[in-house]
Design a protein around this ligand. Sequence first.
Ligand code: AMP
Length: 295
Amino acid sequence: MEIIGRRVRMSSVARKLRREENKTIGLVPTMGALHEGHLSLIREARRMSEIVIVSIFVNPTQFGPGEDFGRYPRDLTKDTAVLTDYNVDYIYAPSVDEIYPKGFSSFINAEGIAEIFEGASRPGHFRGVATIIGILLNTVHPDFTFFGQKDAQQAVLIKRLVRDLAFDTEIVVLPIAREESGLALSSRNAYLNEEEREAASVIRRALERAKAASVSGEHVTKHLLEIVAAGIDAEPLARVDYAAIVDPETFESIDRIDDRPALLVIAVFIGKVRLIDNIFLPAARVRKGTGDLKE
Ligand code: AMP
């Protein structure tokens, strides 16, 4: 395994692998502090591609002023040890100056979807995400690029970016890895103290409760969101930032679940730590032959 810091080196290694050795390349973009969520992406990358490249870059442009860029967990030594065990071929870990040299002034702005939910709560976040992913795709030209459903809005935005700007890669989105308590794994869970960590499991429980209600026939999203709010409100340390039920492909809010699955997305503050999660709600069952929704 080689750790690469320079962009030109990463480009030339990837070019050689593609053109001279005819290898398929899988790219897993991360910000490091690797956990089982990242590793599930890496395992799938290993399965699907001959060469696996994991990028580790805490991307400053996707953090707002006052956010946690400075204190975001970084541990390249530990991450390198983990990735060696996973048979990763290359780690691409550039410095901030390598990616954003003096005079850098070109950004990718995804419109619409970048401005709602995560984009509304974190202005500029998706401009930073789209820009770094664009840079990584142009550096590596991977056949497959792996993302987690944990960041569902990001995954949809990236799929759109790839389609709109004709990046030549297939986006693969993998399910959310969770702790036993149900808490979605996240590098930011490191900010939670013991009491907060326990409290954070309320998020998954509230989502599951809404899902159970939708499975038993509650299709009005307002009612489902009331169930979520009641669940979260029962935990004194938790405060909802947003909760919504959306079309999983467009992120447009919907009033009623119809014959397509919906996605319940949520951001919750546990104390000062902001966590996100989501759950698919199955499509309402359609009566055979009539097209009418079963209640
Ligand atoms: P990050 O390092 O937080 O930027 O995440 C890198 C990638 O790992 C993103 O595509 C995330 O969606 C994905 N990821 C993070 N947490 C999880 C998780 N709990 N389950 C699955 N994928 C995850």
